[in-house]
Design a protein around this ligand. Structure first.
Ligand SMILES: [Zn+2]
Length: 331
């Protein structure tokens, strides 16, 4: 059936239900069937958890699958809807963007029923699933190219009340970093759209190489902490241990806090995430490789800050981001 996105399950039905969100086919591909899990235990928070928006960020889908295993026992009230994979073609291709139309699902919200496949996915989610929730956790990863601490993130929101609620929700994950993240490339993001609909929307981000058991445990603990804060499950929230530390800090980063490479070459990181640095401290070294007569270039911190992300040792282009700095948030 082409044309109309639909659900094969009734999200209002009590108890556990499993089914699919069917995204209509089009000229570019057949219809897509996205597995959906619903657990309705009546009054309480209404939470939507999504993963696999970007196909090369796989912690989220794994954590979402784990939740589906233990939530039926643990959830005491409210409603949880889980879609582990929002973008199946991208996950199958291990690609950030959808390989069929080259679009980034997280830049096309609220989507379009007549658009290409990525826009049709966004449209189906916007119309059929998002209205069922008052809170959304979208599980992402920072990816292989970066070292990034486990973090719950949100962008600045014009509505002060929603901003405060969203930051409180993000802090409830008790991950090492809660990040208020200003960047310029936000039109069409899932969170921007959800915020415009008055939803509390928090992204979880996670970085550093391949999917590992330690990282997954921290990620899952963070989501569990947030479920406890929403009173969907009982238990005591605990700070997960990350690199021998058991702590949490709320930071903000602006577009201007991104450090760029001054030239093409291999970037050598000289700091670690969560390092507290002074103005002038060495962040990394850029080694030009085209000519050995050009010296290596030090990249230094412009201000006192906390290292929030640092690019893995890799070849970068001129003006490519190599680090993100942040500072404790001031209200
Ligand atoms: Zn992502």
């Amino acid at each position: 059936m082409n044309g109309i996105p639909h659900l094969t399950l009734d999200l209002d039905q009590p108890g556990v239900n499993r089914g699919h969100l069917v995204v209509p086919g089009g000229a570019d591909c057949e219809e897509l069937w996205l597995p959906v899990f619903s657990l309705n235990k009546g009054e309480g928070s209404r939470l939507l958890i999504t993963g696999g928006c970007h196909g090369d960020e796989l912690e989220g889908p794994i954590v979402a699958r784990r939740l589906i295993e233990w939530l039926p026992e643990a959830q005491t009230c409210g409603r949880v809807i889980i879609i582990p994979v929002l973008n199946p073609p991208a996950v199958r291709a291990w690609s950030r963007n959808t390989p069929i139309d080259g679009l980034n699902l997280n830049r096309v919200f609220p989507g379009s029923p007549d658009g290409s496949v990525t826009e049709r996915i966004a449209d189906a989610i916007s119309r059929l699933v998002l209205p069922m929730a008052d809170t959304v956790f979208d599980l992402h990863s920072f990816g292989l190219r970066w070292d990034f601490p486990p973090a719950s993130t949100t962008h600045p929101i014009a509505n002060a009340d929603l901003m405060a609620k969203t930051l409180r929700m993000a802090e409830a994950f008790k991950l090492p970093v809660t990040l208020l993240w200003e960047h310029n490339d936000t039109p069409g993001m899932f969170d921007t759209w959800a915020h415009s609909q008055g939803k509390v929307f928090v992204c979880a981000e996670f970085g550093g190489g391949t999917v590992g058991s330690e990282a997954l445990a921290i990620y899952e603990a963070g989501v569990r902490n947030a479920l406890i804060a929403l009173e969907l499950v009982e238990g005591k929230a605990e700070y997960p241990i990350f690199r021998q530390r058991k702590s949490s800090q709320t930071l903000e980063t602006r577009s201007s806090d991104e450090l760029k490479s001054p030239a093409p070459g291999i970037f050598e990181p000289r700091c670690s995430v969560l390092d507290e640095i002074e103005q002038g401290d060495l962040i990394g070294i850029l080694h030009p490789m085209d000519s050995l007569s050009a010296g290596s270039i030090d990249i230094r911190a412009p201000t006192a800050s906390v290292v929030c992300a640092v690019k893995s040792g890799m070849h970068v282009e001129a003006d490519e981001a190599v680090a993100m700095l942040a500072r404790p948030i001031k209200f």
